[in-house]
Design a protein around this ligand. Structure first.
Ligand SMILES: [Zn+2]
Length: 143
């Protein structure tokens, strides 16, 4: 566990570019150089063709809600202040088979619906007792 837990480790090589892009307000996903399909989780080989070269590619940030969970209890104490919160799987517009895990924000949990259109919004992740913050792509209803 790194010292700024539960913040993501933005220096970890497989996801370093994801967080660096989020800090610039861009959502990026790896794409296979050989077959051009999006590949997520961002680690070779490509699940479609076995290609070993993946390139970070900016996507629109639009997607739809595939599934979600409303969290009412914090097993990890650093999450207590934000209860209740919603974590979800967002199917990206570019390829709905690519599903990104994030917080779903700006929507009362009772109004969440399968397939509702969402868009990425970039907000800092902050946790009590952790001095740093990390900009992250969260998802909010498309209005
Ligand atoms: Zn491929």
């Amino acid at each position: 566990m790194h010292p700024d837990f539960p913040l993501p480790d933005v220096t970890w090589e497989p996801t370093r570019e994801f967080w660096a892009s989020a800090a610039r307000g861009a959502l990026v996903i790896t794409r296979c150089d050989a077959c051009a399909r999006y590949v997520w989780y961002p680690e070779p080989p490509c699940r479609h063709c076995g290609g070993n070269q993946l390139t970070w590619t900016r996507v629109s940030g639009r997607g739809s809600l595939f599934s979600w969970s409303v969290v009412h209890f914090a097993w990890i104490p650093q999450f207590r202040e934000q209860l209740p919160f919603v974590t979800g799987l967002v199917a990206l517009a570019e390829d709905p088979a690519v599903r990104v895990v994030s917080y779903i924000v700006d929507c009362p949990p009772a109004q969440l619906r399968c397939d509702m259109p969402l868009r990425a919004v970039f907000r800092p992740l902050r946790y009590p007792g952790v001095a740093r913050e990390v900009m992250a792509p969260l998802f909010a209803p498309e209005r």
